[in-house]
Write a protein that binds this ligand. Sequence first.
Ligand code: FES
Length: 138
Amino acid sequence: MNERGTGTCYPPNSFGSTAQYCCKLTDIPDPPDGHRFIITIATIPTNAFIVRTENGLCAFINRCAHHQLELDWIEGKFFSHDLDHIICSTHGAIFEPDTGFCVAGPCIGKSLKQLDVSVVGNKVFIRSSATTKITTRI
Ligand code: FES
């Protein structure tokens, strides 16, 4: 049993009242770039990011499964040179872009923390809870 994520990108309006606006669809660049934003979880502001993948938009907490450091070595650059994987700039862990599952590196078999994404028109939403709030977009 591993910690593989689902990689699910949800259909429009599937979150109902639990959806929080994240950004415009057009704010999200193509790989190697992603869009960074801040999500507040239980009052703690946390960096997160959203990327375009072959299976749709996928969002994660910007914290490596190895040492809990941010992944992007240049702000907003998340992908490996071949654009096939998300890569951690610190020790080179390689993650599947649609699940956050680590396929190589020091945290192999672990996963990034994935956030649920839904798109309505040009608006991108993240599923939230009573203790989750997107406060800032960077
Ligand atoms: S902190 Fe990401 S691979 Fe070590």
